[in-house]
Design a protein around this ligand. Structure first.
Ligand SMILES: *Cc1c(COP(=O)(O)O)cnc(C)c1O
Length: 354
């Protein structure tokens, strides 16, 4: 299966008509070539304070740096105000409001459905199987002529597991639309990114982010990786200055600290495994799901009770027990070793009470 290669997709058929027709906004800085030193073209305040100029709309310098880190050509990359912005742009490029639909494999990241709602796009939910893997046949048979995109999240939030690469590749091969593989947590996973499949699958869009392993949730920087054709059409509709100067500068600066980041990731992974083992030993814990991410999904006998007990000790976890197939489940992010100790102490207190 993994050897199959998709030769082409008809992007022309997938992209909305209005997007094909529109004349993109042309910013002042887009309109000259050559070297400038006196900039009187953008109605900026000329007095330097570090942020008086508009940012580079295509974030060229930052993309070169990220491209080196990820082994991707900058022309195969779009940056957004978080990957949430890239998700929204994908809807706006490919999905006609009130006509088109997308498939999500639930339970999964809530933003896919919210962005669909905002854009008046239909959602087809296909449940992940008992091992939280995509049901390839069910996905393919639920697609219709208006199904434009398929979201796969690997490692999946909130179930924490990687999806089988062979299943993702089979879906890339057979699904007649855009397949988005959200790799927000890939740095914590033992499996590897699908970045090297970009050249084989012109319908593949990979989402990554600086919000998780890189520790930059606060600056809002998400990454979309895809064929040049898809990136070009996303660039046509994105807000011209969607990644601000402060974000570009800060990302550039913190990306220098690759070693620190790698060390934090391996510490978090070790802490995660210790915490999983601890959780498995608690009497009120029914199941600790295996994790390939920086959080753990746990099924307990009283999710709401546990949530409230931790809250009273100022420890905040995520109650996921209302989600179909996740009855009784909470999601716990892995903290520092000190934070995890505090959590464990309170969990032990809760155990002796219940
Ligand atoms: C956290 C998360 C993101 C990151 O979103 P940003 O907007 O980049 O912060 C994307 N996808 C999933 C599945 C996530 O859990």
């Amino acid at each position: 299966m993994g050897s199959k290669i998709k030769s082409s997709i008809d992007l022309n058929k997938l992209v909305r008509e209005n997007v094909k027709k529109l004349v993109p906004y042309s910013s002042a800085r887009d309109e000259f070539t050559g070297k400038g030193s006196v900039f009187l073209d953008a109605n900026e305040n000329p007095y330097e304070n570090g942020v008086n100029r508009y940012p580079d709309p295509l974030q060229r310098a930052l993309k070169v740096r990220l491209g080196d880190l990820k082994d991707v050509n900058p022309e195969n990359m779009i940056l957004g105000n978080g990957s949430d912005e890239v998700i929204d742009l994908l809807y706006r490029v490919f999905c006609e409001p009130n006509i088109d639909n997308v498939i999500i494999c639930t339970p999964t990241y809530g933003m896919y459905e919210v962005a669909a709602g905002v854009n008046a796009v239909g959602i087809k939910e296909v449940q992940l199987d008992a091992n939280f893997q995509p049901d390839v046949d069910a996905v393919l048979s639920s697609a219709d002529d208006n199904t434009k995109m398929l979201f796969l999240c690997s490692p999946n939030n909130p179930t924490a597991n990687l999806l089988d690469e062979s299943k993702i590749l089979e879906l890339l091969d057979k699904f007649q639309g855009i397949v988005i593989v959200d790799e927000a947590y890939i740095d914590f996973a033992p499996g590897k990114t699908l970045v090297d499949k970009l050249t084989d699958y012109p319908n593949l869009v990979i989402l990554q982010t600086l919000s998780k392993a890189w520790g930059m949730a606060g600056i809002r920087l998400g990454i979309g990786l895809a064929s040049k054709e898809i990136i070009d059409v996303l660039n046509r509709i994105k807000p011209p200055y969607n990644v601000n100067c402060l974000t570009q500068t800060k990302a550039f600066e913190l990306l220098e600290a690759v070693d620190d980041c790698n060390e934090q990731v391996s510490t978090i992974v070790k802490e995660r495994d210790l915490l999983s083992t601890f959780l498995s030993g608690l009497s009120f814990v029914e199941k600790v799901y295996p994790s390939d991410a920086n959080f753990i999904l746990v099924r307990v006998n009283d999710a709401k009770g546990l949530y409230n007990y931790l809250l009273a000790d100022e420890i905040i976890i995520r109650d996921r027990s209302k989600i179909i197939t996740l009855e009784g489940c909470v999601r716990i992010s892995v903290g520092t070793s000190e934070e995890n100790e505090i959590l464990k102490n309170t969990l032990t207190k809760f155990e002796s009470k219940s």
